[in-house]
Design a protein around this ligand. Structure first.
Ligand code: ZN
Length: 446
């Protein structure tokens, strides 16, 4: 018997008109639930003059007030520990996860019920199935299993599909590499940064990942999974296909995944989330293909409903018909493009972390890098610090001048200082890599 390429064949190929009718029905139920059970939403709806009965078409979505991370955090501060968004008493929930946090603020605390966890696993199952994970696979989850939600949902989805799962928590990188090989894992889940780190470690240990059983690397947690150069490097170092997914703690699970056709972007799981693309300044809907901020409404999280939440993620949405897989869900071209506020202005030139990473990852000797922006007197300076493999020291003069040239070409001639950092000097990341540091506003000596 040939297996369906879809986890949910009927829904994933539903004609757009029916998909939108389903979304509208789910949106009404969600808003009624939130109004009845969440003190925060009850007040926010009343203040915005919104009633769930006003939802007669998806265009009416815009009547609902937006929710920001700041509002959620303020609610937690005022009514600790969970604020007034939850619809259920904390003792009814079965788990709490937290975000990585903004400096000086309490991280977001997301409660989930048993029903929420079933939904989170279902969402991940859409994505894992689409990129070819099947019950005969053995998956290695290279993840710390801590309070960050990360790959917890992937773990349950693997079990739901029937995959043999190896939880790789609380291990050194060396131990993880050895387990991947000794269990004959066919699928590995990790962040893009950590996938590269595992490959470097294997190289240093003289172990062969390219010749291993690994066929698929499932990426999440950072936008880099959709940067073509980073993905190509991961695929080359693992001898496997890499697939991008993206989600967030506030939703609890992934909201998009790459299918096996890899159309240069990720399909939105539109029967479970309602995604809007808004201009971050005017909050008006963006045109198809335009760079905009994603605003998410999640139909499945029941303990903390998420309705019109401003994610701060930058995306460019295009129709699903671009992909040959038959799914009707729209696509985020290039996955998550970055954060709407991560662009830096250096001497009048726009600098994006994603564009720099795309250039740097085309140099496979680069093991780690960091971009530092400083102010010297009245002048801004930008430097790229690079760690290369120790046995590539001879190639450095050539690599550094090529990097300098390519960075300048991509940034209107902006001159980057390219410096070699000592081995191990730059920060390593397992989650949420942050490689661009702006030191311009820091007081002297800090
Ligand atoms: Zn597709």
């Amino acid at each position: 018997m040939t297996q369906s390429p879809y986890w949910n064949p009927r829904i994933e190929t539903l004609p757009r008109e029916q998909l939108e009718a389903l979304q509208l029905a789910k949106l009404r139920t969600l808003c009624e639930w939130a109004q009845a059970r969440s003190p925060w939403y009850r007040r926010s709806f009343a203040q915005g003059g919104f009633e769930p009965g006003q939802l007669r078409s998806l265009d009416d979505l815009r009547r609902i007030p937006l929710l920001t991370r700041e509002q959620w955090m303020t609610s937690q501060d005022e009514r600790p520990p969970y604020g007034e968004l939850p619809t259920i008493a904390p003792e009814t929930a079965i788990r709490v996860h937290t975000t990585s946090g903004t400096s000086g603020r309490t991280p977001l605390r997301a409660l989930d019920s048993r029903k929420d966890w079933a939904w989170i696993a279902e969402m991940w199952a859409y994505g894992l199935w689409a990129c070819g994970v099947r019950p005969s696979d053995t998956a290695y989850v290279a993840f710390g299993y801590g309070s960050f939600i990360g790959f917890w949902g992937l773990h349950y989805a693997m079990e739901k599909i029937g995959v043999l799962n190896v939880p790789g928590g609380a291990q050194t990188t060396e131990a993880r590499v050895k387990q991947i090989l000794s269990f004959d894992a066919t699928v590995v889940a990790s962040t893009p940064t950590y996938a590269l780190r595992l490959a470097q470690e294997a190289d240093q240990l003289g172990l062969d990942l390219r010749g291993s059983a690994v066929k698929r690397v499932i990426l999440s947690g950072e936008p880099a999974g959709s940067i073509p150069e980073t993905k190509a490097l991961i695929e080359q170092q693992w001898g496997a296909k890499a697939y991008d997914t993206a989600g967030m703690t506030e939703v609890g699970t992934i909201v998009m995944f790459e299918c096996e056709h890899q159309p240069g972007g990720a399909h939105i799981i539109e029967d479970h989330v309602l995604e809007e693309s808004l201009d971050p300044e005017t909050l008006e809907p963006a045109a198809s293909g335009e760079r905009a901020e994603r605003v998410v409404t999640s139909f499945g999280r029941h303990a903390i409903p998420l309705i019109r939440y401003r994610t701060g993620d930058e995306i460019s949405r295009v129709p699903g018909s671009r992909c040959g897989c038959g799914r009707t869900a729209d696509i985020y071209a290039g996955g998550i493009l970055g954060r709407v506020d991560d662009m830096k202005l250096v001497r009048g030139t726009n600098v994006y972390p994603r564009a720099i990473e795309g250039i740097v990852r085309a140099f496979p000797h680069v093991e780690e890098f960091q971009v530092r922006i400083t102010r010297e007197g009245l002048r801004d300076e930008i430097a790229l610090l690079v760690e290369t493999a120790p046995d590539h020291a001879d190639a450095w003069p050539e690599v550094s001048s090529a990097l300098r040239r390519e960075l300048a070409d991509a940034h209107e001639g902006l001159n980057f200082r390219v410096e070699r950092a000592e081995a191990g000097a730059l920060p390593r990341f397992e989650l949420k890599a942050k490689r661009m540091v702006d030191l311009r506003d820091r007081p002297m000596g800090a």
